[in-house]
Write a protein that binds this ligand. Structure first.
Ligand code: URP
Ligand code: ZN
Ligand code: ZN
Length: 468
């Protein structure tokens, strides 16, 4: 049985062609340019007409937190609801995190997360958080590559007393990455200095949501990026990936570190491209609480947003992930007290990444190819997913038919995330997902979900040549 996606424009990271796509079983069998005659359907073929549409590889969101237990709250999307939302937005692969905490066991945390994620409706994989770097954790993390196909760890320079690694722990973990080729994802903020600023703000009575950003200044993000880059070099040029980069200052550090030969990559997220301190976080209670996430939203007037779009265009930023970490506003964000430090950190957005980054194409900041690169091809390449991220023979048939002209409005009434609000409420966007295939199966069509709970497959990953 073949499925043919005909009459569309196939967009990959390296170019676009008017071509028809032949899917057999779970894989793409052929991409036939229409200048070469296209493909003539045979009896029994299923035909998807993509006239006027783009045909792009399914999105790969390399940074999400489904049902993340922070101690105070659990993020509101389960693996089932969150991946259904992802599918509606054209994302067909997610990578979440197994979280080892100080004193905890790496293998136990991994096994627990493996079981939790089994309800996913799209393909999925896991990074391993090391929240308590010690001899045993390093031995166990190293073993994950071969045993479980985990090719990346995550370290925190923020959140002292919770997930924080000091410089010695960072160095030891980075040495392990230099040795194995595992990619070290780093939450780069100077957590110790931030905690001082938070205590001072609260003592002065400055507790409204905007103070979340004011106590996490861009300089303390940039300082941590710089320090992580130095430590990665000293460790033997460990592959380093800065998560949720939010500021011009931090971006400059990435560019300079690369100039010095550091093996460094960085992602940003849609919230840092579209939302701001002035317009969103500074709206007071309760609405401002929706926008509390770390790293924080930055001031548009300071130019961070324009710099991040330019960084994406120029390949200074390699990836856009969502850092999807939703908490309901009424029942989770504001119930622990009206002080910014009491609000669970995170924004929900897994459903909207493709649309929100597509706005960069609409606005002339990036090309269609770059859109595909940062949303799909680059995360697949960097995180060791060789069958994802391109419309090409032999790849998994994760195929999105995207209508670039269709207008729609983002908001809580229409989204599929298990979330009582939307960070993008009322935003009108040109461009919408029409049909989504995951390994050859149509799982979303015309806004209807056609997949099944648990159909997503765990993806074992190997260390990527692209980061060695
Ligand atoms: O605010 C955020 N980003 N919450 C999720 C955890 C993290 O730091 O990535
Ligand atoms: Zn983080
Ligand atoms: Zn995160």
């Amino acid at each position: 049985m073949r499925t043919l996606v005909v009459n569309g424009t196939v967009v990959n990271a390296d170019g676009r062609t008017d071509a028809d796509v032949v899917v057999v079983g779970e894989s793409i069998e052929a991409v036939v340019p229409r200048t070469a005659g296209g493909i003539v359907p045979s009896e029994g073929d299923t035909v998807i007409d993509a006239t006027g549409c783009l045909v792009v590889p399914g999105g790969v969101d390399a940074h999400v937190h489904m049902q993340l237990d922070t101690g105070a709250e659990t993020s509101s999307d389960t693996f089932e609801t969150g991946t259904i939302a992802a599918a509606h937005g054209g994302t067909t692969t997610i990578v979440d995190f197994a979280e080892q905490r100080a004193g905890g066991s790496v293998p136990e945390s991994f096994e627990k997360r493996l079981a939790e994620a089994a309800d996913s409706v799209v393909d999925w994989s896991l990074h391993q958080v090391l929240g308590g770097v010690n001899d045993q954790a390093l031995v166990d993390a190293r073993a994950l590559v071969e045993r479980e196909g985990v090719a990346s760890i995550k370290l925190f320079m923020a959140y002292p007393g919770r997930l924080y690694s000091d410089d010695g722990q960072m160095l030891r973990a980075l040495q392990m990455c230099a040795d194995t080729g595992m990619l070290a994802m780093v939450h780069a903020e100077n957590g110790l200095a931030i905690d001082v600023l938070i205590a001072q703000a609260i003592a002065a009575g400055n507790t409204t949501p905007e103070w979340h950003s004011k106590t996490r200044p861009p300089e303390l993000e940039a300082e941590a990026v710089h320090r992580a880059a130095v430590l990665a070099r000293v460790a033997g040029n460990a592959p380093l990936y800065i998560v949720h980069l939010s500021s011009s200052h931090a971006l400059r550090e990435v560019v300079e570190a690369r100039g010095r030969g550091t093996n460094i990559f960085a992602e940003t997220c849609p919230q840092y491209l579209h939302l701001s301190l002035e317009e969103h976080l500074a709206q007071g209670w309760p609405g401002g609480a929706a926008y509390i996430c770390s790293t924080p939203l930055r001031s548009r007037a300071e130019g961070h947003h324009a710099d991040l779009w330019e960084g994406l265009r120029a390949d200074e930023l390699a990836v856009v992930s969502t850092d999807h970490c939703p908490f309901c506003l009424r029942e989770q964000k504001i119930v622990h007290g009206l002080s910014f430090d009491k609000v669970p950190n995170g924004i929900g957005g897994v459903e909207h990444r493709m649309d929100l980054v597509h706005q960069g194409v609409v606005g002339g900041m990036i090309s269609l190819e770059r859109w595909v690169e940062v949303c799909s091809a680059a995360p697949a390449r960097l995180f060791g997913l060789p069958r994802k991220g391109a419309i090409a023979p032999g790849m998994d048939a994760d195929v999105v038919v995207y209508d670039p002209a269709k207008q729609h409005v983002l908001g809580a009434a229409s989204h599929h995330m298990n979330l009582d609000h939307s960070a993008y409420e009322g935003m009108q966007v040109p461009g919408a997902v029409r049909t989504v295939m995951s390994r050859g199966e149509v799982i979303v069509d015309g806004g209807r979900f056609l997949g099944r709970t648990g159909r997503g497959r765990y993806l074992r990953r190997s260390v990527s040549d692209a980061v060695r």
